[in-house]
Design a protein around this ligand. Structure first.
Ligand SMILES: [Cu+2]
Length: 487
């Protein structure tokens, strides 16, 4: 078994040479102007995402946001492993957008990050995305342009497995979001003039985790677009086994999730199977996904609590049997029992590393809460803004290398770090490297270090950044760039 899926990606991509070239503009132009051979049907998109301004009404506020399909969360995307991803994005906004397919292994130029992986989609223009799907699991899409994602431009992206090793009766997507009506530019201005900081230990953190500093005070939180005034409900049958695909689509909130009276079996993290873990609650950082199995034990109404770290509020939902009215208490959640931590995660399939030339990078995560500046290796993205003396604009790697990134968090905040275009092993959790869990997003706690390793098999330029949207907006990104191997 291979650690990566290099062969699959390469085999399926038409015009691979084009897509590995770093000349974005020219390559994109060439790609879109290719005439189709006569008699060959032009493939139709499986989904069309119409992006236009719409209204979000939730958490007691109402505001305009860039929505896909005029819903929040946006048009859900669903495929089967092995399908070709064919999506047309129509930008009907008055500003550019750019849509990123979070967690997918795809050609770099279709990754949807402006200035790194593609050109922004200008107002009243369209972009067609087509690539082979080599994964299964729970993903999502979101805008990578400015802070559009925080204001509603995101949706679920599910890839059903060809062969499913789990048995369940049905499944549901559970998308968590945070809501803020205040304009994004205003929020950043305030962040730069006020120091926001939790001053007490966080009751929703596990023992020994200290406190959780937050950036902004949100108006509220939603589950599948529903806030606590009219919570998300799921009607079920007694004895029914349900797979929940939990997606943290927040701008910057971390949640600790618990269902009253129903334990969860964690089966996947970020679309990658893990050895099943029995749990009473789990913590999910921004942009992470967890798939869990639950069973409705008896007639009743079972509260779904997504407690917000650092805020002491929660997003509420209800799972109830058909014969019982949905009811949920908003009293503070008490956590006891088994809480899933990264230390519990083990890959479902043991996979050795592909041996490659070693390449190691230290990645310093730092910032200044007061000035509200966030950096990776003392760089602010975009590239020209670096601290004097900083030398690494990019993290250079070459195809065929086994890359280790050691993220050293020197700041007092949690950073949910995400690498595009690859999956990585999280090191130091399992006794053997073969069992190291595979993810694409991982949080790094204050003043701690997390090491990830990946096989460099997808040439291009890749965003690598903090997924806290406010940290990203002020520069917390350092792209991974493929360079030719030195001779
Ligand atoms: Cu951050």
């Amino acid at each position: 078994m291979q650690f990566s899926r290099r062969s699959l990606i390469k085999a399926g991509v038409a015009g691979g040479a084009l897509l590995t070239a770093a000349s974005g503009k020219a390559a994109l132009a060439a790609q879109t102007s290719q005439p189709k051979p006569e008699g060959q049907a032009v493939p139709k998109p499986t989904f069309v995402l119409d992006v236009a301004e719409g209204t979000i009404n939730a958490a007691g506020v109402s505001f305009k946001g860039p929505l896909s399909g005029n819903t929040f969360p946006g048009t859900p995307l669903r495929f089967t492993e092995g399908d070709t991803f064919r999506v047309l994005v129509n930008n009907r906004l008055a500003e550019p957008t750019c849509i990123h397919w979070h967690g997918l292994l795809l050609p770099s130029l279709l990754d949807g990050v402006p200035e790194i992986a593609q050109l922004p989609i200008e107002p009243n223009t369209s972009q067609y995305y087509e690539f082979p799907l080599v994964q299964q699991g729970t993903y999502y899409y979101h805008s990578h342009f400015g802070v559009q994602e925080q204001y509603g431009l995101l949706g679920s992206l599910i890839i059903d497995a060809k062969e499913n090793p789990y048995s369940y009766d049905r499944e549901e997507v559970v998308m968590l979001n945070d809501i803020i009506a205040q304009d994004g530019a205003e929020v950043i201005k305030e962040l730069r003039t006020k120091e926001m900081r939790a001053d007490a230990p966080d009751p929703y953190l596990a023992k020994g985790q200290g406190r959780f500093d937050i950036d902004v005070h949100y108006d509220g939180y939603t589950i599948n677009g529903k806030s606590n005034d009219a919570p998300w409900t799921l009607k079920a049958k007694k004895g029914e086994r349900i797979r929940l695909r939990i997606i943290n689509g927040s701008g910057s909130s971390f949640f600790r999730i618990k269902i009253d009276g129903i334990p969860m079996t964690v089966i996947e993290s970020d679309g990658n199977r893990v050895e099943p873990i029995e749990a009473d609650d789990l913590m999910i950082g921004t942009s992470e996904r967890y798939d869990v199995l639950i069973e409705i034990p008896e007639s009743g109404s079972f509260g779904f609590h997504a407690a917000v770290l650092g805020d002491n509020r929660q997003a509420l939902g209800v799972i109830h049997s058909e014969d019982v009215k949905p009811e949920v208490s908003d009293a503070p959640v008490k956590f006891s029992g088994n809480s899933v931590s990264y230390r519990d995660l083990r890959a479902f399939e043991k996979r050795p590393f592909i041996q490659g030339a070693p390449r190691n990078h230290d990645v310093i995560l730092s910032g200044n809460m007061k000035a509200y500046e966030w950096m990776m290796n003392e760089h602010y993205w975009p590239e020209p803004f670096a601290l004097p003396g900083a030398t690494k604009t990019y993290l250079d790697v070459s195809e065929g290398e086994l890359v280790r990134l050691r993220m050293i968090n020197r700041s007092p905040m949690y950073h949910p770090m995400h690498l595009h275009g690859h999956t990585f092993k999280v090191m130091g959790l399992a006794d053997d490297e073969e069992s190291a869990p595979i993810k694409d997003s991982i949080w790094v706690a204050p003043r701690s270090t997390v090491e990830i390793a990946f096989y460099a098999d997808n040439p291009g330029m890749w965003a690598y950044h903090c997924h806290n949207i406010w940290h990203l907006a002020v520069g917390m990104m350092q792209p991974v760039r493929y360079v030719p191997p030195s001779v």
